[in-house]
Design a protein around this ligand. Structure first.
Ligand SMILES: NC(=O)c1ccc[n+]([C@@H]2O[C@H](COP(=O)([O-])OP(=O)(O)OC[C@H]3O[C@@H](n4cnc5c(N)ncnc54)[C@H](O)[C@@H]3O)[C@@H](O)[C@H]2O)c1
Length: 432
């Protein structure tokens, strides 16, 4: 265990920005960090608990780090503590209109947006629950920035309205940016910033969770047992051990998924437009052609971004790709719906091609995502047909949805807003 004390130098004490930076650092290593004042204790990875310490300038914080990577954790934590010290005197407020917000967004963002003054976020936030669309874009009148999520629409007509409203910045509180017309944004001189990485573990863990649930028919077993039916018919699964996993897109999330598959004792194949040779050197996976991956894999997991046009990934899995796959293959998509041609998938499901399919995203999901339609007539025929397959599990774009991920999304988004407001470098957050 590593122990050290730190006296708070920041004139504002442990306010939202340092708390967010410390919590974000703490979720990037395995060791557990505990931070105490003389009378209160906080989990270092929890922003709200850190704020609850009420530590003002001069408070002596007692910090313990315990775990396998204590040295690395110590360095990252000290760097986070130091980077939270105030460096800028610029105090302009940036006005941000948040679209498509839910109660959980507000919990994580509200604490950070209270942060005003030197070295803070200086953001004035207005939350709209409505999605950004052509009809709602004018709500951004008088705001410097809009903050949007995966199911908001930032197409050309929307960007034209935002430009008339005076918006100069689009903040994406997600990694993907396929819903933003980048040409239009450039034309109107709008900066687009995203959260390049928050918790790749959240998404990869969800991918394995849903494909294993579909493989072992957990959705059916759960209902059967609730109905006093303890028979095993219809629940037969397949071992993953000694099988072949094919990872399409070997970036941050793909690597996490490869590691999870390795943990199950699988052989891992990778395919990527830009292979990362280090993954082969480390013995994690072997790169093969797309065709070979499709032919050899027992479980295929999609982790490439959605890119339209030649050399892109739109309909990466179409009828031809499916025809190359083994019978009884398992397929999971937690990336973007457009990677799979939904009609080709449904045709193959009808022909009993797959042992299991798990989708967190699907083509045509936009109207449904994050919306409660439980009292409406089901108007989406795709969903109705998909959920009728007994070997398919559908979740609604929830792979990212963990406490650690939401915390990181809020912190990085607010850092992005601050960097824009204070003309600081954007790093990997900028979409060009
Ligand atoms: N379901 C969710 O909640 C959720 C959450 C976060 C991210 N995502 C999706 O997951 C995707 C992957 O995220 P990430 O953080 O691993 O991204 P990443 O940028 O780290 O990795 C993407 C990988 O895809 C590869 N790639 C890029 N263009 C390609 C092409 N045309 N053909 C083949 N490969 C290509 C890249 O070389 C890279 O290795 C995101 O683009 C996003 O769409 C989904």
């Amino acid at each position: 265990m590593k122990k050290f004390d730190h006296v708070v130098k920041n004139p504002m004490g442990v306010h939202a920005r340092p708390a967010a930076l410390v919590a974000q650092a703490c979720t990037s290593f395995k060791s557990v960090v505990t931070i105490s004042t003389d009378d209160k204790t906080a989990d270092g990875s929890n922003v709200l608990q850190l704020l609850g310490l009420g530590a003002i300038k001069g408070t002596n914080l007692h910090i313990t780090i315990e775990g396998a990577d204590e040295e690395e954790a110590y360095e990252k934590l000290v760097a986070a503590i130091n980077s939270a010290e105030p460096k800028s005197k610029k105090l302009d407020l940036i006005k941000i209109a948040f679209f498509g917000t839910k109660s959980y967004d507000r919990i994580f963002f509200s604490e950070l947006s209270k942060d005003r003054g030197e070295g803070a976020y200086n953001a004035d936030i207005k939350y709209f629950s409505t999605r950004l669309t052509e009809e709602t874009a004018s709500l951004a009148d008088g705001y410097d920035a809009v903050c949007i999520f995966v199911n908001d629409d930032a197409s050309r007509p929307v960007i034209e309205t935002l430009n008339k409203c005076g918006v100069k910045l689009i903040l994406l509180r997600c990694a993907g940016f396929n819903n933003v017309d980048m040409e239009a944004a450039k034309e109107y001189g709008m900066t687009v910033l995203r959260v390049p990485a928050y918790s790749p573990y959240a998404v990869a863990e969800h991918a394995m969770t849903i494909i294993q649930a579909a493989n072992r028919r957990i959705h059916k077993a759960y209902n059967k047992v609730k109905d006093n039916n303890f028979a095993l018919s219809g629940l037969l699964g397949i071992d993953l051990h000694n099988k072949v996993a094919g990872i399409m897109g070997t970036g941050r999330i793909g690597v996490c998924m490869a590691n999870i598959c390795k943990g199950y004792g699988m052989t891992v194949l990778g395919w990527d437009a830009f292979p990362n040779k280090k993954l082969e050197e480390d013995g994690l996976l072997t790169y093969v052609s797309k065709e070979e991956l499709l032919k050899r894999s027992d479980l295929i997991s999609l982790h490439a971004p959605l890119i339209m046009g030649e050399g892109g990934t739109h309909h990466l899995i179409d009828a031809n790709a499916i025809s190359l796959m083994k019978d009884n293959v398992m397929l999971v998509n937690t990336s973007r719906g457009g990677l799979i041609d939904i009609n080709a998938l449904m045709d193959a499901l009808k022909q009993d091609k797959f042992h299991a399919v798990a989708l967190d995203v699907y083509e045509g999901e936009d109207e449904n995502v994050y919306t409660d339609h439980s009292e409406d007539m089901l108007s989406n025929d795709i969903v109705a047909r998909l959920v009728s397959f007994p070997n398919l599990i559908l979740t609604s774009h929830q792979a990212f949805f963990t406490r650690e991920a939401l915390q990181a999304i809020a912190a990085v988004t607010m850092e992005n807003a601050r960097n824009f407001n204070e003309s600081l470098p954007y790093g990997a957050a900028e979409v060009k």
